[in-house]
Design a protein around this ligand. Structure first.
Ligand code: ATP
Ligand code: MG
Length: 443
């Protein structure tokens, strides 16, 4: 019976047919995955500190949720959305941002009863963009929103929370908070007209994209990264000349609140956020350490959004930050986010395999997360110890065959030189199963 050739052909055919990942998506693993998890864990800690409530949101919504609230003319809606018809004929869209879905949920679930509602979430978002470092088609954000609060104190609290998050992540030093106000509706409209008049005079010199924005969404020209637009955006009319007294007062309260909270900020009079529904406060935390993708966190006040979804006038403010960009800032091959010591439990001989496993399970269930316990399914002795070392463990518990229980366990320190385990590492001995409690650390 000849079967050998069949197997190889089949293997080759399967290899050829292995589907590739979609462009702009990432498989996050290793040091990058640790950095990613660290960003999310730090965000979870900080949002609890500020008593923001956790929400889990659907990854897809009816397309209208985004097209109505973001505005048909934004880049996100006009070029970046992943929309499709499902089997029932409904037009659905993979969420390109969190805010619109949260606003929809606020209305459909009657969350008004919780107002002002402080919400936090995180997860994947989808935008059809040109993939590059720090810019993906599936990316991830952490997100914080306060819905049903017109007070500038809500803006201040959100900014203080963002600032604290960046500080706790250890990246605040290279990051600057740029702050602007877009004013209330009358201020914004007056500014918009002045911008249109100004840019009309330079229309022919603007980039094609900005010529189109001039007709549809002129504020966005200020946001342009095209070098052809830069000379004109610098001299464009400034919002300050159009702010109503009320809008000035609101912005003053935000900046005073930030100063009182010790949050540093810089005025950026040309900063506009990409989405149509922003009013008053708009902000970005930017860095020059990420090349072209310099915005790590952005947000602002969106008092008009919930009305565009058919709800009552509901002031709200929020921000979102790209987890990948934050992970790049905090990460690196050698960064250890968790100081908890890791112990490998290694059977010295194959005969001690089961006993080693028993000890590993015992340590995990008794040591209150003070130690992490590494174990393997096969191998023993020096060779297995080498593998544990490569996996970054701090110390090894060898399990040896002996009639004397005091001689079964030997602890070897791998970090800080020397075989002698330091006293804090040796604390693990007190969590060993009873017969081994007087184990030695002589390697
Ligand atoms: P940019 O100007 O970089 O396109 P944006 O204004 O489109 O950003 P927002 O919609 O405000 O971004 O999203 C907030 C944050 O989400 C950004 O500051 C960034 O950190 C992150 N982000 C946005 N788009 C992407 C993407 N395609 N890939 C990775 N991160 C992203
Ligand atoms: Mg964008």
């Amino acid at each position: 019976m000849r079967i050998s050739g069949v197997g190889t052909n089949r293997a080759r055919r399967m290899a050829q047919e292995t589907p590739q990942a979609i462009r702009g998506t990432q498989d996050i693993f290793g040091a990058e995955a640790e950095a990613f998890a660290h960003v999310v864990e730090t965000f979870e800690r900080v949002r609890k500190l500020y008593r923001f409530r956790r929400a889990e949101m659907p990854v897809f919504e009816k397309t209208a949720v985004f097209s109505r609230s973001l505005g048909e003319t934004t880049d996100v809606v006009s070029k970046e959305m992943y929309s499709f018809e499902d089997r029932g004929g409904d037009s659905l869209t993979l969420r390109p941002e969190f805010t619109a879905g949260i606003a929809r949920a606020y209305l459909t679930n009657g969350w008004q009863q919780h107002a002002p509602l402080k919400l936090a979430t995180h997860g994947p978002l989808f935008r059809y963009e040109r993939p590059q470092k720090g810019r993906y088609r599936q990316f991830h954000q952490i997100d914080a929103e306060v819905i049903g609060a017109a007070e500038p104190q809500a803006d201040v609290e959100l900014l203080a929370m963002a600032d604290q998050l960046l500080t706790e992540l250890g990246v605040a030093d290279g990051v600057t908070l740029l702050l602007n106000t877009l004013g209330d509706a009358p201020s914004r409209d007056a500014w918009r007209s002045a911008l249109v008049e100004y840019f009309q005079d330079h229309r022919a010199s603007l980039s094609e994209d900005s010529q189109e924005r001039l007709d549809k969404n002129p504020l966005r020209i200020l946001d342009s990264k095209d070098p052809r637009d830069k000379p004109f955006t610098a001299d464009a009319p400034k919002i300050d000349d159009f702010l109503s007294g009320e809008a000035q007062d609101f912005f003053g309260k935000v900046t005073q609140g930030l100063d009182a909270a010790g949050v540093e900020w810089k005025r950026a009079p040309a900063l506009v956020r990409g989405l149509d529904y922003y009013r008053h406060t708009a902000f970005e935390f930017v860095t020059d350490r990420l090349g072209a993708q310099g915005t790590v966190l952005g947000g602002g006040r969106y008092d008009g959004l919930i009305e565009t979804l058919g709800g009552a006038h509901t002031p709200a403010v929020g921000w979102a930050a790209g987890i990948e960009r934050l992970a790049i800032l905090v990460g690196g091959e050698d960064v250890d986010f968790d100081p908890t010591p890791v112990f490998a439990v290694v059977p010295d001989q194959q005969s001690m395999r089961e006993e080693a496993d028993r000890i590993a399970f015992h340590l995990r269930s008794t040591s209150n997360n003070k130690f992490y316990v590494w174990s393997a399914y096969r191998g023993h002795g020096k060779k297995l110890a080498e593998k544990a070392k490569r996996d970054g463990v701090d110390a090894i518990i060898f399990v040896r065959e002996s009639d004397d229980p005091r001689k079964v366990i030997h602890v070897q320190n791998l970090k800080a030189g020397g075989d002698e385990p330091s006293s804090d590492l040796l604390e693990i001995v007190s969590y060993l199963p009873a017969p081994y409690l007087s184990a030695s650390g002589d390697g």
